[in-house]
Design a protein around this ligand. Structure first.
Ligand code: G3P
Length: 217
């Protein structure tokens, strides 16, 4: 299972990278705005800065909603760095743009996916990644993890190569449940990754080992 961090915060990306278990980064316009990154030039530079920190794929989202605009923006983003993955919204022109980029061998991530049918379309269009938003489904009393199971089942039926990137992950149990279901990738905040470390028996056990060592020395 790949671990991506879902943020545009460079310190958090560096911290996750330093653990040695980070496989990539996802961003979106809201995450960029949260870090105060505005203006086309700054946003493009920020993507390059992120690519220079991590080794894996970095999703960069287009803001156009028409095919021509998505192609223009996507090509500019792809030219920035070979780690860039073009993130496209799950709308009609997004599907067309996904097919366009996948035919050219450019990696894509189809985002804002909330149904199995949308995930099927993304796979048919050759998406590298499909991003079902599980937290946002949970927010409206709909089982986000069930959607991951449905997509896993459908993709396995036909051997689609598209990787299921569980997005809008909010906490450690989302990560563990996605791993049980067989999501290929999860993207979440730093807290959902480092939270996996925590267990009180590890802390008390280590404290005891260190105390016993001190007694003998
Ligand atoms: O990866 C998608 C993500 O950025 C959305 O997360 O927590 O805003 O639903 P959230």
């Amino acid at each position: 299972m790949k671990f991506f961090i879902d943020t545009a915060n460079l310190d958090q990306i560096k911290e996750a990278q330093s653990l040695g278990i980070l496989d990539g980064v996802t961003t979106n316009p809201s995450l960029m705005a949260k870090e105060g990154i505005t203006g086309q030039e700054n946003i493009l530079q920020h993507y390059v800065d992120i690519c220079n920190i991590v080794d894996g794929d970095v999703s960069a989202e287009v803001i156009s909603t028409d095919f021509e605009g998505m192609v223009r923006e996507g090509e500019a983003l792809a030219a920035l760095h070979d780690q860039i993955v073009i993130k496209l919204p799950m709308i009609k022109d997004g599907v067309k743009a996904c097919k366009y980029f996948s035919s050219k061998g450019i990696k894509t991530n189809v985002t804002l996916v909330f149904s199995a049918g949308q995930a099927l379309l993304a796979a048919k269009a050759g998406a590298t990644y499909v991003s079902p938003f599980i937290g946002r489904l949970d927010d409206i009393s709909t089982d986000g993890l069930h959607l991951i199971s449905e997509i896993r089942h459908i993709y396995d039926n036909y051997g689609f190569d598209t990787e299921i990137l569980a997005a809008s992950v909010r906490h450690t149990m989302h990560v563990i449940d996605c791993a049980k279901i067989g999501a290929d990738v999860m993207t979440g905040p730093l807290s959902s990754i480092v939270g996996l470390l925590k267990h009180p028996l590890t802390d008390s056990g280590l404290a005891q080992f260190l105390a016993d060592y001190q007694k003998g020395n």
